[in-house]
Design a protein around this ligand. Structure first.
Ligand SMILES: NC(=O)c1ccc[n+]([C@@H]2O[C@H](COP(=O)([O-])OP(=O)(O)OC[C@H]3O[C@@H](n4cnc5c(N)ncnc54)[C@H](O)[C@@H]3O)[C@@H](O)[C@H]2O)c1
Length: 502
């Protein structure tokens, strides 16, 4: 079904001068409706009918089409809305050589409706075709009821309730009063045939009401309305702003899922309503962790090209599209320390194996996961690739804080983590136009039952005077998964309690 939306906006207005382009929360009033119409999937063309070149210019820059300027006889305060619709329909059919299955009008003085309301009114109209309904338009339950609390004056000036009940008696309880509706100037969906008939106004047709929520019923007629509209719009925007951070239903591949941070992220993804796939090296506890959390889990050695290729192919097959990949696997100094041996000899005697392990896992593994995971997301229309570096990819360590500790900072770690930041920037510019964002999170030291001495030495080097907890880092990961970061790419987000700021 092809549908056109026409937004009518006269240049002149008696109540609030210039109201159709008055700025409401910083945006010309008409632009709110244009943006809603453009975002409504059922509407294929958005047209503004106006007599004002100024409104036409604003409408065009907001994405609407203005194929004609409305003639003067349809632009004064006497002109009826119905005639304006009839004119717009005829002009658009001619201009675009198109026929429409439905005609939508959005009142530009009411920006409070949602795109979902427009879609729902259109579906109601489509469904009502079986009952030969000519139009569906927005209504709400009237705040006052003429059977109960709307008054009129008698001939002698005394007051009485407007209407008696069907039995001719006055109604004394509100719940006994018949339902009465208010016509809300917001959404109209009409049949083009009805507009081409001899009808002169909306209510000459067979109509049904689309019930719209009470807080969306205000339209701009006076300065008081403006305050009300801004109040409810602000509330709505605040709600939407929260939902930008909403990650419910996001499909996220977490690589390096069983370590200190990975195991925390795994639980967080489940708690936040994401659909995670957990990945870690063969021999790790990833399958058990997946079973415990009730989510899918895969074993994959990120240094093995074939395993990464096959692993992501399997993920695609069993899991479908993905929204984000957290590239979190690494060889860390604590990981090396717990593996036994002494990987932390002085640099002059340092082992090539340790260097190579860091490059293989932290840099080559990050590259392979980026390539395979990124390709999947690119093919699915985009996503968020989150690489993980470290403060030691950004600044050199103060080696003295590791004196007498069982683990140390080692060169391969810093070199590989700096490489991850470079890779992030390169990939961000490579994939930017594919809606695939690539960012990096660089955590500071996370407390993991360290010796008190080490904790104190480390904490003294941070502005906030403490080591991180996993949840301190996790917020940044969530932000990067969410749409709140939708314009961020190529950045290294350092989350270190001020370790690198001083
Ligand atoms: N914890 C910190 O203090 C800290 C500080 C800065 C940066 N980071 C970074 O955050 C990330 C997570 O750190 P963490 O402390 O949880 O580390 P961790 O050592 O506890 O976990 C690393 C994870 O990577 C996995 N892994 C290692 N080699 C792998 C391979 N070949 N294939 C697949 N998986 C492999 C491990 O099994 C483990 O699950 C790492 O990238 C790390 O460099 C951590």
């Amino acid at each position: 079904m092809v549908g056109i939306c026409v937004i009518s906006a006269r240049g002149g207005s008696q109540g609030v001068p210039g109201k159709n382009i008055k700025r409401v929360l910083g945006k010309p009033l008409i632009v709110w409706s244009i943006e809603q119409a453009i975002a409504t999937p059922e509407i294929s063309r958005v047209v503004v009918s106006t007599d004002s070149p100024e409104i036409a210019k604003i409408a065009k820059s907001a994405g609407a089409e203005v194929p004609f300027l409305r003639p003067q006889h349809l632009s004064n305060s006497e002109a009826g809305k119905f005639q304006v619709w009839q004119h717009a329909l005829e002009a658009c059919e001619k201009e675009y050589n198109e026929k429409y299955n439905f005609f939508v009008d959005l009142d530009c003085t009411n920006p409070l409706r949602d795109v979902d309301d427009i879609s729902a009114a259109i579906s109601q109209f489509k469904e009502a075709q079986t009952r030969n309904i000519d139009a569906v338009f927005s209504v709400c339950e009237a705040r006052k009821n003429p059977y109960f609390n709307v008054l009129e004056k008698s001939d002698d000036g005394t007051l009485k309730i407007c209407k008696k009940g069907q039995d001719g008696q006055w109604i004394v309880r509100r719940q006994d009063a018949p339902e009465v509706l208010e016509h809300v100037a917001s959404i109209y969906v009409l049949s083009p045939e009805f507009l081409k008939s001899n009808a002169k106004n909306l209510l000459e047709g067979k109509t049904e009401g689309y019930y719209i929520a009470p807080e969306k019923t205000f339209d701009l007629d006076s300065e008081v309305d403006l305050e009300l509209i801004e109040f409810f719009l602000r509330k709505k925007l605040q709600k939407n702003r929260q939902s930008l951070l909403d990650v419910v239903g996001k499909r996220v591949v977490l690589v390096g899922a069983t370590g200190v941070l990975g195991s925390y992220y795994s639980q967080m993804l489940v708690a936040e309503g994401c659909i995670p796939v957990l990945v870690d090296r063969p021999g790790s506890t990833v399958i058990t962790l997946g079973a415990e959390l009730g989510v899918q889990a895969f074993e994959m050695d990120v240094t093995n090209e074939q395993e990464v290729i096959t692993g992501f192919a399997q993920i695609r097959e069993q899991f479908g599209d993905i929204d984000a990949v957290i590239n979190n696997a690494a060889v860390t100094s604590e990981g090396l320390a717990s593996g036994g041996g002494d990987p932390f000899s002085p640099f002059e005697k340092s082992s090539l194996d340790v260097w190579q392990a860091a490059i293989d896992v932290n840099l080559t593994g990050t590259f392979l996961v980026a390539r395979e995971g990124g390709r999947l997301m690119k093919e699915n229309g985009g996503g968020s690739l989150i690489n993980v570096s470290s403060i030691y990819g950004v600044v050199g360590p103060d080696h003295s804080i590791y004196d007498d500790m069982p683990f140390k900072s080692f060169a391969g770690y810093s070199a590989s983590k700096s490489g991850v930041i470079g890779l992030t920037r390169w990939l961000a510019s490579w994939w930017g136009k594919d809606n695939l964002r690539v960012n990096c999170v660089s955590p500071g030291g996370v407390f993991n039952d360290h010796a008190v001495e080490f904790e104190q030495r480390y904490a003294a080097k941070t502005a906030m005077g403490r080591m991180a907890n996993p949840d301190d880092i996790a917020g940044m990961v969530l932000y990067l998964i969410s749409d709140a970061s939708k314009y961020c790419t190529g950045q290294n987000f350092i989350v270190d309690g001020g370790f690198t700021c001083q």
